[in-house]
Design a protein around this ligand. Structure first.
Ligand SMILES: [Zn+2]
Length: 54
């Protein structure tokens, strides 16, 4: 699993959540990241959605 810097142009998979974007070389890297940081992503999403209601 590799998390790529934004400057790479050959990345093809983008994970978007809240106001963040993460770029990956392939779906399996994206899936691995999603699995690994599921709890964190959910918590960021919840905070973001909560803020947007104010
Ligand atoms: Zn990959």
């Amino acid at each position: 699993m590799r998390l790529l810097p934004r400057t790479n142009t050959w990345h093809t998979r983008v994970l978007k959540f809240a106001d963040l974007e993460r770029f990956f070389c392939c779906t399996s890297c994206k899936g691995g990241y999603t699995e690994k940081y599921k709890g964190r992503i959910d918590s960021i999403k919840r905070k973001y959605e909560g803020k947007s209601e104010i």
